[in-house]
Ligand binder design. Structure first.
Ligand code: HEM
Ligand SMILES: [Cu+2]
Length: 541
């Protein structure tokens, strides 16, 4: 069958421009994915350095390296960058862009130009957020949650930070729009819904949250601006407004947003576990449907962040019950990953090690989430460092480690070169220890009662804080080793063929790196499911 150019995509009219314009004006999904990847890794390093500064400050009670105002600004900027510029786009905008069209047998996404615009929205949002740190008025000090009334009163650069988050929300909506349309419209012949890689199912579920929930954040941030610039009074109790309304509006997006963060990560794990167990993934449809179930049920639980805001016991009961309901599809995923490992011929290659650490840390994060979902324990734990430890377990120990697993799994595919495995395993080992020491200590001192968001604390909390800070240094060293090793791999690594890992999804059937049009003259025709390893062997390299 002859190949037919995609209509209106202008994809084929684009001859690869050389030089910087070949990137800044590209509409190729792979190049856009790589541009996101570079930006996100830089942002991660910047925000991680701020995180390390927070830990260093907390090594002793009282001021160590900074005072109260700087501490408040540092955790605010750390949180804003990590959430909006790193974790939310981390997997969809990078590996989603790199792989989604290839996984479904297409040559690009439905709207390549809109895809490029989403990247420019990301850049614009990033510039505004970074500007908010350095321009007059001082870096925002409200926390990443921008809670009113403080965020409408403080004189720091909340306006710029809010506008930055608004632009980043737009970037996320455009990515979601593209992915939903692409999955519905551009699947290759034979690529029925039951043959989609599970990574695609998680991107699909995430895309619906990006499209439906993110506008809520946009509206809420505009209301904060209206309050700050025009004194609208919407959240001002003295003028008939309601500050609690803000918390509802904010979490109606921000809780589903945690699934924008974790669902694609779960998809990465569902690609890696079967490849290195040499077994089809256990319970394909249970995994596919549980992604949709998490996206749906996850939009019904937002007020579990507000048990201490004066809500009625009945409302607390409802939101607590719904929070436990969301745990069910998440638990199904953990069960099915473990069932896939069972009796598999396990290969502990670097991507697999990061994937196994994900399962361990996500399980701890998930159990911590149940303790926070239960009103009785949450009333004690809310706003302590237990909460901080908990979301680092889910967002860093979960999504972060899945992002690193994806880097180790797919970078050889898109660069054509392999990194040093021994160094990768060492960086993984150090990271696993450093991570768990840092955040398990923060959870423990939170249970003892240490509040979050204070640069100072009671002397009895010091021991665990010293342990946590030392843990963060081990974490920092491991991150440095990992990034240097991957960079060396990109530059000087051993060349690899189409399929260095013996994967069975479509990307492992095309050259490394893939050609501009992904597939040759002929559009692929799909005849089997994504995890059928019969006759599939890994290339030597
Ligand atoms: C090297 C890595 C990191 C270190 C050392 C670190 C450290 C910290 C510390 C100590 C705090 C608590 C501040 C306080 O409440 O007193 C914090 C807050 C936070 N961290 Fe991290 N973190 C790291 C990575 C991450 C990652 C990967 C994320 C991803 C989402 C993240 C997101 C956040 C958020 C959202 C907050 C809350 C900020 C706020 O209270 O407004 N961090 N981090
Ligand atoms: Cu939540």
């Amino acid at each position: 069958m002859t190949h037919t150019p995609l209509k209106n995509s202008g994809f084929y009219s684009e001859s690869p421009r050389s030089g910087i314009l070949g990137w800044l004006l590209t509409t190729d999904h792979k190049r856009i994915g790589i541009m996101y990847l570079c930006c996100i890794i830089v942002m991660f390093i910047v925000a991680a350095i701020l995180g390390l500064a927070l830990r260093l400050e907390l090594i002793a009670p009282g001021p160590t390296i900074m005072g109260a105002q700087t501490y408040n600004a540092t955790f605010t900027v750390h949180g804003i960058i990590m959430i909006f510029l790193v974790i939310i786009p981390s997997i969809p905008a990078t590996f989603g862009n790199l792989l989604l069209p290839i996984h479904i047998g297409a040559r690009d996404v439905s709207f390549p130009k809109i895809n490029l615009i989403s990247w420019y929205c990301y850049i614009a949002g990033g510039i505004l957020a970074i500007f908010s740190i350095f321009s007059g008025g001082g870096a925002p000090d409200t926390g990443w949650t921008f809670y009113v009334p403080f965020s409408t009163q403080t004189t720091t650069n909340v306006n710029l930070a809010v506008m930055g988050a608004f632009m980043l929300g737009f970037s996320s909506i455009l990515t979601g729009l593209n992915f939903v349309t692409t999955i519905h419209r551009l699947r290759a012949k034979g690529m029925g819904w039951g043959r989609l890689p599970l990574f695609v199912w998680t991107l699909y579920s995430t895309a619906w949250i990006q499209v439906l929930a993110t506008p809520m954040l946009g509206i809420t941030l505009v209301l904060v601006l209206l309050e700050r610039v025009f004194g609208a009074g919407l959240f001002d109790a003295a003028r008939g407004g309601d500050p609690i309304l803000y918390q509802h509006l904010f979490w109606i997006y921000s809780h589903p947003a945690v699934y924008i963060m974790i669902l694609p990560a779960m998809g990465v794990i569902s690609e890696i576990i079967p490849t290195f167990s040499r077994k089809p993934l256990f319970g394909y449809w249970a995994m596919a449907i549980s992604s949709l179930a998490i996206a749906f049920a996850g939009s019904l639980v937002w007020a579990h962040h507000m048990y201490a805001s004066g809500m009625s016991d009945f409302a607390i009961l409802i939101f607590s019950f719904l929070t436990f309901v969301v745990a069910i599809p998440s638990a199904i995923k953990v069960f099915n990953w473990v069932a896939t490992l069972y009796k598999g011929s396990i290969q502990l290659a670097p991507p697999m090690l990061f994937a196994l650490a994900f399962i361990f840390q996500f399980a701890i994060g998930g159990l911590g989430g149940l303790a926070l979902g239960a009103a009785a324990s949450d009333i004690h734990l809310t706003d302590t460092t237990f909460v901080v430890g908990h979301f680092h377990y889910v967002m860093f120990g979960g999504t972060g480690f899945a992002f690193f697993a994806a880097l180790h799994y797919w970078l050889p595919k898109f660069t054509g070169r392999m990194y040093n495995h021994k160094i990768a395993v060492i960086s993984w080992g150090l990271m696993f220890v450093g991570f768990n020491v840092t955040y398990m200590s923060m959870q423990a001192v939170g249970i003892m009662g240490m509040p979050r968001r204070y640069y100072d604390y009671l002397p009895e909390f010091q021991t665990l804080n010293v342990v946590a800070t030392i843990g963060s240094w081990v974490l920092a060293v491991s991150l440095a080793i990992m990034f240097i090793n991957l960079w060396n791999g990109i530059r000087r690594g051993a060349p690899v063929g189409k399929n260095p890992w013996g994967g069975a999804t479509l990307e492992w059937t095309i050259p490394s790196p893939p050609p501009l049009e992904n597939f040759g003259e002929e559009d692929p025709i799909v005849t089997k499911g994504p995890y059928d390893y019969k006759g599939v062997v890994a290339d030597e390299y």
